[in-house]
Ligand binder design. Sequence first.
Ligand SMILES: [Mg+2]
Length: 293
Amino acid sequence: MTTRHRPPLTPAQLADLQDLALAVRAHCVRMAGGGGCFLGASLSCADLVVYLYRHVLQVDPRQPDREDRDWFLLSKGHDVPALYGTLAELGFFPRERLAKHLSPDDCLYWHPNRGVPGVEYHSGSLGHLLAVGAGVALDLKLRGHDQKVYVLLGDGELNEGSVWEAVLVAAAHRLDNLIVVVDRNGFQANLRTEELVPLEPIADKFRAFGWYAAGVDGHDFNALHDVFSELGGSDGRPRAVIATTVRGRGLRNLEARADRWFCRLSDGEVAGFLAELRGGGAVDLDTPGLVVR
Ligand SMILES: [Mg+2]
């Protein structure tokens, strides 16, 4: 894979990505108040979602359903706060709407819903959207369209047989317009993936199925830019990017904690996390009042 069609990130572009990712992380923390959310996993994929929407996806916030758009499918649907936050920051809907997360007056649910501008498909029952993405990619190819389909998978989803059925189908139909990004945060719910059902070597497994596969640090925007710059061309191979990430990235005491899967934060805890994101001290997660399961 040698196609390189993007110049390196400029310092201004890098700063923009960092600022956008910080804003999205803050939105995720706020959504962890009230009814709560899967905060740690939302933070592990936040940089990936931000990078894709800022530099890869051909989408128009003013016309989310325009026919010539690229598709983004969040298969790891329980991490939708990262997507909601990114869509709001990019203008798909007003930021103020995020305050209605889990409100009965809106459809900003725990899992993606097609009623939210920019959300392509419902998800949350894990292991299904790669099959949907393969179908969309096949349809685009059959109709002669050149858009691409991006599917963000959680690493825990790789334990689903439906994922590997879709991997087979994508290779059989030579869907080089299909790009999988695996959020390799090393956890499946409250367990480490390698202690539950070991997944490695993930990249080699995709290659064995006829895919192109590359690994990358999922929090390094320059590295992400390099990897995604290499994904052009039309050699018939679907693409997989295995992005190594840290669950809870950005909140020091939340990072890589097996026992911090779902978080429901008090107002004070939200304020503490937001202060940490702004450069303050790390929040002690073991103080009474933090609800986790
Ligand atoms: Mg995971």
